[in-house]
Design a protein around this ligand. Structure first.
Ligand SMILES: Cc1ncc(COP(=O)(O)O)c(C=O)c1O
Length: 305
């Protein structure tokens, strides 16, 4: 079994320092209360970001999504974007980190007076935690590709729990992931409520068919920063790209398929439901990967000045 977020073992991660509400402490000392709304109810929002050569890639886009999500659930961040940037910089410096780092920024509604649901029971203000780990995706994600299984668990409609909320509660995705694992795959391919192919449990999903790049309409999946970058790069480089409904029928018959996410950038898909995808040559995936690498390089260079 491989997961899409598998990184090379790095012993430095045993002694990383973690930010917990303004304190930066050794990971063994980094604790939150059992009364924390994140622990008790999954009441919180998070972001995953990556450090390339001293620059947090697409920080503005991540902050836009983060603050939008917090606003949507009336979670007061307690600081502005510059406050988050300063907290991340402090964590990065405490760990002497420069590149190949993954950050999980988490904000919950904070400690509750009583072990019940009402948001007003959180009276202490939010809990902000920043975990930064040394992280290089394992090579075999690129060479072998990932195996997906379509699963019965579907993505929800936006008026139940909007899939655009990067909430601490990931049970919908976790159930899907378990179903995929039980089917012998690495990750779940999830459908939307109408039966169209939508996303995986942890990444956005693309197929390549007859020279065209297809991804879902975006209605039931995470509004992935990497997803949008890939769409923009295709448009800027003359690769036909469509956000549209398509089914497993077209997916099984695709020439290539890949996942997108901040951690793995673009991860090739080898198999879906035991059916091998394409010839394994993946020329368009490779082209998009090269374009993305170059976009990151230019972004980093522009921000470093
Ligand atoms: C369910 C899901 N899909 C896709 C993504 C990828 O989004 P991004 O490209 O912004 O990392 C994430 C990451 O948070 C996710 O949780």
């Amino acid at each position: 079994m491989t997961t899409t977020h598998e990184a090379d073992e790095d012993v430095r991660n045993r002694d990383i320092k973690i930010y917990v509400n303004g304190e930066i402490v050794h990971r063994d000392a980094a604790k939150v209360s059992v009364y924390d709304a994140g622990f008790m109810l999954g009441d919180g929002i998070w972001e995953g970001m990556r450090l390339y050569d001293g620059v947090w890639a697409f920080f503005d886009e991540h902050m836009d999504r983060f603050f939008n999500s917090c606003k949507a659930i009336s979670l007061d961040v307690g600081m502005d974007v510059e406050g988050i940037r300063a907290a991340m910089r402090a964590t990065q410096e405490a760990n002497d980190m420069h590149a190949d780092v993954h950050c999980r920024l988490m904000l919950t509604r904070g400690i509750k007076d009583k072990p019940f649901q009402h948001p007003k029971l959180s009276t202490t203000g939010p809990t902000l935690v920043i975990i930064m780990e040394h992280s290089k995706p394992v090579d075999r994600l690129q060479t072998r590709g990932i195996r997906l299984a379509s699963v019965p668990q579907v993505r929800g409609l936006p008026h139940s729990q909007d899939p655009k909320l990067n909430s601490h509660s990931k049970l919908n995705c976790i159930i899907a992931c378990l179903q995929a694992e039980q089917a012998g795959a690495d990750e779940a391919l999830m459908l939307d409520p109408h039966g169209f192919v939508n996303t995986t449990n942890a990444c956005n999903f693309f197929i390549v068919r007859r020279g065209e790049v297809w991804t879902s309409t975006g209605d039931y999946c995470m509004n992935g920063v990497t997803r949008q970058k890939v769409i923009d790069l295709c448009r800027a480089n003359g690769i036909p790209v469509f956000e549209k409904n398509f089914s497993l029928y077209e997916t099984y018959g695709a020439d290539e398929a890949f996942l997108t996410g901040t951690f793995g950038a673009q991860t090739p898909v080898a198999e879906i439901d035991g059916k091998v995808i394409g010839s394994g040559e993946r020329p368009i995936t490779r082209r998009i990967q090269a374009l993305y690498k170059e976009a990151i390089r230019a972004h980093v260079a522009a921000l470093k000045g």
